[in-house]
Design a protein around this ligand. Structure first.
Ligand code: ADP
Ligand code: MG
Length: 290
């Protein structure tokens, strides 16, 4: 099957300039990255601040051009100017700050903005906006001003706008970082449902470990390189490497490691509190003993 994302030897360099405008330093923000993503997958990208996640994300939407290497989105090369609109439509991006993504005064107009610009006819547009608002559970809010929405609702409106364009892939670049725990949960729930029910590819860039436990695959970045990839269980079993990348383990795994260091022979690749509890019951540690 055709990959939705195919990145070959991607390098991205930024030129840092001094006050006179001369190139003072070349920063290699993405360094020889190779990765492939299957259509319909739920993929997470982890990495400390400055590891190159956003730079990589911007290549998926043709917001940046490779210094070296190639990026294919649904088979289309991001350097092909004629495919630009198609690529932006295929891979929709949700950014960190919900307030910067609002373009209209009414929620449903905001959601209609993207597809309208793609030339979707009015009668089709209405149904798309309706369906997209329903999908992210914002239909009741459709007549409101976006400014009156919570942060989580604003991000869901941005996702609805992408859905209304019939995008095959949604990229969330730390889109939950500015939200409270409730908003974060709602946004995550909305994208998980879209992934499972509509088979939309989700690329979730985050530093919240708990959000990536259900991912099909995780890529871990460090200084521009993908240094680790695999299922959540594979990735979170690499405690030392993750720590070198400036990342911490999900709570359950962290507690399991703590118990192991105290001499308990407990599995450390647990992903959720429920798994940890089962493991502890299995080795005869009662709940009250933890
Ligand atoms: P992340 O999203 O993981 O925090 P970024 O992709 O934003 O990482 O940044 C990767 C590196 O590239 C960092 O060293 C950052 O300072 C640098 N960088 C990002 N954007 C620019 C830019 N526009 N000009 C110069 N350097 C940049
Ligand atoms: Mg970033």
């Amino acid at each position: 099957m055709k990959k939705i994302v195919e990145i070959k030897n991607l390098v991205h360099e930024y030129a840092r300039r001094d006050s006179e405008g001369n190139v003072a330093e070349i920063v290699r923000a993405v360094d020889s990255v190779n990765l492939e993503i299957e259509p319909g997958a739920f993929v997470a990208v982890l990495g400390a601040n400055g590891s190159g996640k956003s730079t990589l994300a911007k290549h998926l939407n043709a917001l940046l051009m490779p210094t070296e290497g190639t990026v294919l989105i649904d088979g289309k090369n991001t350097e092909d100017r004629e495919k630009l609109l198609d690529i932006r439509k295929t891979a929709g991006m949700v950014f960190q700050n919900p307030d910067n993504q609002i373009v209209a005064n009414v929620v449903e107009e905001d959601v209609a903005f993207g597809p309208e610009n793609l030339g979707v006819p009015t009668e089709k547009l209405e149904k798309r906006v309706h369906d997209s608002l329903k999908a992210v559970d914002l239909f009741e809010e459709r007549k409101k001003s976006p400014n009156r929405l919570s942060g989580g609702q604003k991000q869901r409106a941005a996702i609805a706008g992408i859905l209304a364009m019939r995008s095959k892939c949604i990229i969330l670049d730390e889109a939950t970082a500015m939200l409270d725990p409730v908003g974060r949960k709602q946004v995550l729930q909305a994208v998980l449902e879209l992934n499972r029910e509509e088979h939309i590819t989700v690329i979730l860039i985050t530093h919240f470990m708990e959000e990536v436990i259900e991912a099909d695959q995780i890529f871990v970045m460090k200084q521009g390189e993908v240094v680790l990839s695999g299922t959540p269980r594979q990735v979170f079993s690499r405690k030392e490497l993750l720590e070198e990348c400036g990342l911490t383990l999900p709570d359950a795994a962290r507690i399991a490691w703590g118990l192991k260091l105290k001499g308990l022979s407990v599995r450390t690749d647990v992903l959720s509190m429920q798994e940890l509890e089962e493991e502890l019951n299995g080795i005869g540690v009662s709940h009250g003993g933890v």
